[in-house]
Design a protein around this ligand. Sequence first.
Ligand SMILES: Cc1cc2nc3c(=O)[nH]c(=O)nc-3n(C[C@H](O)[C@H](O)[C@H](O)COP(=O)(O)OP(=O)(O)OC[C@H]3O[C@@H](n4cnc5c(N)ncnc54)[C@H](O)[C@@H]3O)c2cc1C
Length: 411
Amino acid sequence: MTNVYCIVGNGVAGDAAASVIRERDPKSEVIMFTEEGRAFYNRILLKEFAKGKLGQDSVVIRDEDWYLNRGIDLRLNTRVVKVDSENKILKLHKEEDQKYDQLLVSTGGTPREMDVPNSGAKGIHHFWTMKDTLEIRNNAENASYGVVIGAGLLGIDLAAICGAQGINSKYIMRGDGWWRSALSKVGGEIIHKSLRDMNVFPIFNKEIECFEERRGKVRAVVTTDGEKYEADFVGVAIGLDYNIELVQDTDIECREGIVVDEHMFTGVEGIYAAGDVARYHDVIVGEEMQNGSWGSAKKQGLVAGENMVNGNDYKKFEWIPSYSITHFEYPIISFGHPAKGEKFLEKKYGKNEWRRLAFKQGRLIGGVLIGDVSSQSRYKKIIMEKMERVDRETSILDKKIDLESIGVRKT
Ligand SMILES: Cc1cc2nc3c(=O)[nH]c(=O)nc-3n(C[C@H](O)[C@H](O)[C@H](O)COP(=O)(O)OP(=O)(O)OC[C@H]3O[C@@H](n4cnc5c(N)ncnc54)[C@H](O)[C@@H]3O)c2cc1C
């Protein structure tokens, strides 16, 4: 009998799973659903398109024919409303129900809107899809004053877009620094200076009160202390709500995202989750994690795809995520889980060169490297090998870290 594999989501996780399923089970039926109107593209490059540095074609990864030629039935503009796990059926918003034998939920997240007056005004942007990006680019090319809200990885992309498009901007943050859960004041200040150099001025310790609009278009951002910042371009990046509504009537456990084990299996017959939406058991750190990065989502999709074909516990997800930022004249890389540490060690080596490492129970679990990122693979090795008591090793911050000299035991 032909197996029917359904994949909800045509992002990197879904695409990776579909590719591996097609390879391992060539006779099966593979059906993918996406709410978007175009086939899989590169979200990572959207910022370069929005900055005006790349053309729209550069973000294309697949066209519809790619799937067609491989016998993968890609259904664009199709929302899966509900999973009926008892009967193994998907309810769709427009077509007839779809039966499945194995299901992957790789639905990612949706940017959260601010819950303040006029947050739906024109000119206020969220950043996730190509549709968002086209709107951002159109507005950014003509805007004079910008405000960016949200001191995280998508916030800095919006700030860099303002810088590249010559929009005189304020970058409003709730706390006293950019990505303050992973960077200290010292590391943060390197970034703040580079933002100022591109005419994007960080403003700290502010909460948003409301947006002001005229004829439906944003014209200012007001903070709770009564300050008003003129803006005809606003970028909001205050986090994601994970797309889990479709499984909410099932026995699948959800905590912000969909809980899976190290095999990306939900525990409910035939159902897996992968990518940004998955809360997985991290075998390296030994606890439940959720991660929003391209490489991690791809790997999870591959693992889920293999296990959907070969059985629940065939492959394990063992991966150290990393995320690189390329907006400035120096590189930045974060790896592992830099914001989850109990203890941190850091060092500044030069004007734009700095490192901070995060430790939990004596083990390295992540870090951020600014300037010289060449030690990333050595740090990843220390994490992968679960070396203990490395938080006591001052040589772990040596510019060219010598793994031998760390001399620690494996668990
Ligand atoms: C602007 C931007 C820049 C980024 N930069 C980086 C970077 O530099 N480095 C990095 O590592 N990561 C980066 N990321 C994060 C990275 O892109 C994500 O981690 C990755 O794309 C997640 O892939 P995914 O497949 O889990 O989900 P997504 O790519 O979000 O795909 C989800 C899919 O599910 C579909 N969907 C959702 N709900 C339904 C439903 N009910 N029915 C049908 N379809 C549904 C959507 O239409 C979509 O096709 C960036 C993200 C963005 C938006």
